[in-house]
Design a protein around this ligand. Structure first.
Ligand code: NAD
Length: 279
C-alpha cells in the first residue's frame, strides 16, 4: 500500500509504547486511526495527540482477548471511519520464570493477549480489509518468536505462534487476495512499558514483585528494555514495511545471527544455547 493518506488503520495496544508510536506515525501519514487498549487514560491521551495531527480518530476500550469485543471494534471502526485498510495487531504482555513453575493463570493471560489477541484481530479485521479493496496486516511478534530465550516460555510460545500464524496468513492472502500484504514485526529490546505489563493483568496473575525472583529477572528485563530502541524508530520501520510490502521486520540487525545459530543447532542436533538473551 504505497499511499496511506486518507486510509484507515486499527491499532491494538495503542495507549503505550510501540502501539502509541504506530498511532502517531500513521496519523502523520494522514491515515485515520482506530485506537484500542484496556488502559483508558493513556488511550485518551494518545487519541488526543493523533487528533491534533489532524486525522479522524476513533478510540475504544477493547480487551483483545475477547473475540466479541474485537469484533465490535472492527464494526465500530468501519462505521465511524468508513473503511478498514491496515490492522496492527500489537497489544502484548510479558511474564516468565522457570517454565515448570509458571501458574496456569499466567499462561492463560499471556497466551490470551499475545496469541488470541492476534487471532481475534485476524478473524475480525481481515474480512473488512478485503471489503475495502486493499490493505495490510501487521502482527507484532518478537525476536522471541524466532529464538527461545530462557525464563520467558509463555511469551516465547505466544510469539512463535504469531510468527507461524502470520506466515500461513501471508500465503493464504497472496493466493486469494494479493491486494493485501502481511508483515511480521519482530522487535528486539524497545524502550516501552512492556516490563510493567502486570499493571494490566487479571487479579489471579502473580506479578514479579509478588513471586520468587531470586535471579533478579525483573530488574534485568527493566535494564534491557530501558536501553532499547526508541519506539518511534520501530513505528517508522512499520510504515516503510507497509508501503513497500515487506514481510519481515527484524528491528536489530545484530540479532539476526541468533536466528541463524538457532536453526544451525536444530539441524545439527545440538542442544539449545543459553546465549539467547542479547544484551
Ligand atoms: N518492548 C520490547 O522490547 C518488545 C520486544 C519485542 C516485542 N514487543 C511487543 O510489542 C508489542 C507492544 O508492546 P510494548 O513494548 O509497546 O509494551 P507496552 O506495555 O508499552 O504497550 C502494550 C500495550 O498493550 C496494552 N494491552 C495489554 N493487554 C491488553 C489487552 N488485553 N487488550 C488490549 N490492550 C492490551 C497495554 O495496556 C499497553 O498499552 C507487544 O506485542 C510486545 O510483546 C515488545
Amino acid at each position: 500500500m504505497e499511499e496511506l493518506e486518507g486510509k484507515v488503520a486499527v491499532i491494538t495496544g495503542a495507549a503505550s509504547g510501540i502501539g502509541r508510536s504506530l498511532a502517531l506515525a500513521f496519523a502523520r501519514e494522514g491515515t485515520h486511526v482506530s485506537l484500542a487498549d484496556i488502559e483508558a487514560d493513556p488511550l485518551s491521551e494518545t487519541a488526543e495527540a493523533a487528533r491534533e495531527i489532524g486525522v479522524n480518530v476513533h478510540a475504544s476500550i477493547t480487551d483483545v482477548r475477547d473475540p466479541e469485543a474485537v469484533e465490535a471494534l472492527a464494526e465500530s471502526t468501519v462505521s465511524r471511519l468508513g473503511a478498514l485498510h491496515v490492522a496492527c495487531n500489537n497489544a502484548g504482555v510479558s511474564g516468565g520464570g522457570n517454565t515448570w513453575e509458571i501458574p496456569p493463570e499466567t499462561w492463560d493471560w499471556i497466551i490470551g493477549v499475545n496469541l488470541f489477541g492476534v487471532i481475534n484481530g485476524v478473524r475480525s479485521f481481515t474480512p473488512r480489509i478485503i471489503s475495502s479493496g486493499e490493505g495490510h496486516i501487521v502482527n507484532t511478534a518478537s525476536m522471541a518468536g524466532l529464538t527461545s530465550p530462557p525464563f520467558m516460555s509463555p511469551y516465547n510460545v505466544s510469539k512463535h505462534a504469531v510468527v507461524t500464524l502470520s506466515e500461513s496468513l501471508s500465503v493464504e492472502l497472496s493466493l486469494q487476495h494479493p491486494e493485501i500484504g502481511v508483515t511480521v514485526l519482530c522487535p528486539g529490546w524497545v524502550r516501552t512499558r512492556i516490563h510493567e505489563a502486570h499493571r494490566n493483568s487479571p487479579d489471579a496473575v502473580v506479578g514479579p514483585s509478588e513471586g520468587d525472583d531470586e535471579m533478579g529477572l525483573a530488574d534485568i528485563a527493566r535494564l534491557l528494555i530501558e536501553g532499547g530502541l526508541d519506539p518511534d524508530d520501530v513505528a517508522a520501520m512499520v510504515i516503510d514495511a507497509v508501503k513497500n510490502r515487506e514481510s519481515w521486520i527484524l528491528t536489530h540487525d545484530d540479532w539476526t545471527e541468533m536466528v541463524t545459530e538457532r536453526t544451525r543447532r536444530i539441524v545439527a542436533g545440538e542442544p539449545p544455547s543459553v546465549g539467547q538473551i542479547p544484551t
